[in-house]
Design a protein around this ligand. Structure first.
Ligand SMILES: Cc1cc2nc3c(=O)[nH]c(=O)nc-3n(C[C@H](O)[C@H](O)[C@H](O)COP(=O)(O)O)c2cc1C
Length: 230
């Protein structure tokens, strides 16, 4: 599947310390099958291998547009900026994403201020030991929206054992379906009007924050100016 003549690329970021051998990796595998069935390319970042440390709050991303921490984040950010769709997958760790995924999300503070994925699409995947899936899926979908992207959907489930799930064949079919829907949304440039008002309100919030901090956060101020939004 192509987007404006080039092959569609989906970046998947997996936050489980067990990588693709874990439960979340198993469910993600099915979503990736759906994506590949649509002819799109997948690019996988497993935070069990890639090093992404916690944000140090130095504001360099706001001031200069890059993170000075010497790890894999800037490389992943480049891949994220080049993708057509973003897929996030995390286990449920105490009602939230894993620390690895949260570190990645926090490091995206600069891209969030710039709504850097505006016009792109995202989807999310989660697994839990015993439920509470919706609140983690909602949180990850909110993150996708904060990057400026449209959220196509989320799939989550408690486990039934190691890498097994209740009603597994239905779950896996839905997971592959979500992968296909992500690609079709990108290809058809689908609109999600129910997300518009939240995205607009968040965008206004980011704009006034960047305006307020314009003497300090020069990179972000100039970025918004270049986009003709100030
Ligand atoms: C530190 C930690 C915290 C967890 N917290 C929860 C939780 O709050 N609720 C829940 O249902 N499962 C919880 N679990 C279970 C995992 O969400 C579940 O086993 C998940 O499928 C693991 O995915 P993985 O194999 O991809 O890492 C927790 C597991 C760990 C290790």
């Amino acid at each position: 599947m192509t987007v404006e003549g080039s092959t569609m690329r989906i970046l998947a970021v997996l936050g489980s310390p067990r990588g693709m051998r874990g439960n979340t990796g198993r469910l993600l595998e099915e979503v990736l099958k759906g994506i590949r069935a649509e002819g799109a390319e997948t690019d996988l970042v497993s935070l069990s291998e890639a090093k992404v440390g916690p944000c140090l709050g130095c504001d360099n991303c706001h001031k200069r547009g890059h993170c000075p921490i010497d790890d894999d984040f800037e490389g992943i950010k480049t891949r994220m900026m080049a993708c057509d769709g973003l897929l996030l997958a995390s286990p449920n760790y105490i009602f939230n994403v894993s620390a690895q995924m949260k570190a990645f999300m926090d490091r995206c503070c600069g891209p969030i201020h710039c709504l850097a994925l505006e016009g792109k699409y995202g989807a999310v995947v989660e697994t839990s030991g015993g439920g509470g899936d919706e609140e983690v899926l909602d949180y990850m979908q909110r993150f996708v929206g904060a990057l400026g992207a449209s959220s196509v959907g989320g799939i989550g489930s408690p486990i039934a054992g190691i890498r097994t799930f209740p009603q597994e064949s239905d779950l896996f079919e839905a997971a592959r379906g979500m992968g296909r829907e992500l690609c079709r949304s990108i290809r058809e440039r689908r609109e999600y009007p129910e997300q518009d008002s939240a995205r607009r309100a968040f965008g206004e919030r980011m704009k006034s924050l960047v305006m307020h901090m314009k003497d300090f956060w020069t990179y972000e101020y100039e970025y918004w100016q270049r986009r003709g939004r100030l």
